[in-house]
Design a protein around this ligand. Structure first.
Ligand SMILES: *[C@@H]1O[C@H](CO)[C@@H](O)[C@H](O)[C@H]1NC(C)=O
Ligand SMILES: *[C@@H]1O[C@H](CO)[C@@H](O)[C@H](O)[C@H]1NC(C)=O
Length: 394
């Protein structure tokens, strides 16, 4: 309530009026005026909260409103990707050949959508758009606020953190309705995620999108068997998306919606996908090194930066390695980045070449080797605490 009141323009007007009329002779007039203004402010707040409660009331009315909104949505699709390829080539002072990634771009079509909020459009989302976002075949920004300059897709879901699950749910449903035929894989990321679409395509080209698959950084929790970290993002196959949108979202037993505000979006997503037979794939490379990093690169690369009592060591699904061995050469994503870092990564990854070392690329048609747990049989790691206990007992 207080936050809404502060944001209300009426509130500011009443404050400035109070400063302006400081004489005591107009106290009565002021009281009257303030009364009117407060009344008006409250009616604005009333409208806001009724919007919110109709959203948590969910389902029929909500979807009706959604369909209405969907018509006036703007979006950016594939910003002259051909030109971007050329730009990368031109900018490079060395001979550079991106035929392989250009061919894969057509074969493994990737839709990326960024979960953001009104306050972050300029601060964060715009920088995703200016950097790695352009390398997706389609990029969408999903927010509680419509913004023609980004532009963003707005759903009638509040922008506050407790509603991430609501936003994700609606985004995937919307994407299923509008983009199902235009992409092969569907990647969700945050506005502080940096991703490398070329490496996603490389890894995904090993798999068939007609199968119900799902990729990301695998985590677990005491009461949750497995899920993919929302921050480093996760990728759904076409079949996974179809099952989510047409089966999960229509069945309360399979996928709970009511009363789930505040529950983590990534955990809910995994529950709703697990229940319709979507497989959470081992997304590490053939040496078991992580491709989706839930934290900044230095956190993973420098031993000791993630302290031993951090939740990560007990919630990571596969045994995590510290230091150099942590991370794959075919990295897919990083999280918790400052917007300016995105430009640094773009520069380092796409332009800097090291003299004497051939630009990295796998030959045309090369397939990513399988990860250690491709068939998903491996039991989760016991975690660092248990492992230390066991060792000291030996
Ligand atoms: C993917 O699987 C479908 C059937 O499930 C099959 O028709 C298609 O040829 C497969 N595609 C590839 C590239 O293997
Ligand atoms: C919802 O899913 C449950 C569990 O799979 C199933 O028993 C039930 O019939 C489904 N309900 C509808 C309406 O499809």
């Amino acid at each position: 309530m207080k936050r809404l009141l502060q944001r209300s323009p009426m509130y500011f007007t009443s404050v400035s009026l109070r400063v302006f009329f400081s004489g005591t002779s107009i106290v009565c007039f002021l009281t009257l005026l303030l009364g009117i203004l407060i009344g008006l402010s409250l009616s604005t707040i009333g409208k806001e909260t009724s919007k919110i409660s109709s959203v948590s009331g969910i389902q029929k009315e909500y979807y009706k409103e959604l369909t209405k909104k969907v018509d006036d949505i703007e979006e950016i699709t594939a910003l002259q990707r051909g030109d971007l390829f050329q730009k990368e080539k031109d900018q490079n002072q060395y001979e550079s050949d991106n035929t392989v990634s250009r061919n894969l771009y057509k074969k493994v079509r990737l839709l990326c959508w960024i979960l953001t909020a009104g306050v972050n459009h300029g601060k964060k989302a715009a920088h995703v758009k200016a950097t790695w976002g352009q390398r997706c075949n389609i990029i969408l920004f999903v927010s509680g606020k419509k913004d023609a300059s980004l532009p963003s897709v707005a759903f009638p879901v509040p922008d506050e953190k407790g509603h991430l699950w609501g936003k994700s749910r609606e985004a995937f449903k919307y994407i299923y309705d509008k983009y199902f035929d235009q992409a092969d894989w569907f990647y969700k990321a945050d506005d502080d995620t940096y991703a490398i679409p070329e490496n996603m395509r490389y890894v995904l080209s090993r798999y068939n999108t007609t199968e119900p698959l799902y990729f990301g950084a695998k985590l677990k929790k005491p009461k949750v068997k497995n899920f993919f970290s929302g921050g480093s993002g996760y990728i759904l196959s076409k079949e996974a998306l179809r099952r989510f949108a047409t089966i999960s979202l229509n069945n309360k037993t399979i996928c709970k919606i009511k009363g789930t505000e505040g529950i983590e979006e990534d955990v809910m997503m995994a529950k709703c996908l697990n229940n319709v037979g979507v497989k959470l794939m081992d997304s590490r490379d053939e040496k078991g090194r992580e491709r989706f990093l839930p934290f900044q690169p230095s956190d993973h690369l420098v031993p000791g930066k993630i302290s031993l009592d951090h939740w990560y060591w007990n919630n990571v699904y596969y045994k995590a390695k510290k230091g150099e061995g942590c991370c794959s050469d075919t990295l897919i994503s990083l999280h918790h980045l400052r917007p300016e870092d995105m430009y640094v990564f773009d520069y380092l990854l796409y332009r800097v070449r090291i003299h004497g070392i051939y630009p990295p690329r796998f030959p045309e048609g090369w397939t990513a080797p399988p990860p250690p747990d491709e068939d998903g049989k491996e039991l989760p790691w016991i975690g660092i605490k248990e492992e230390t206990k066991k060792k000291s007992n030996v």
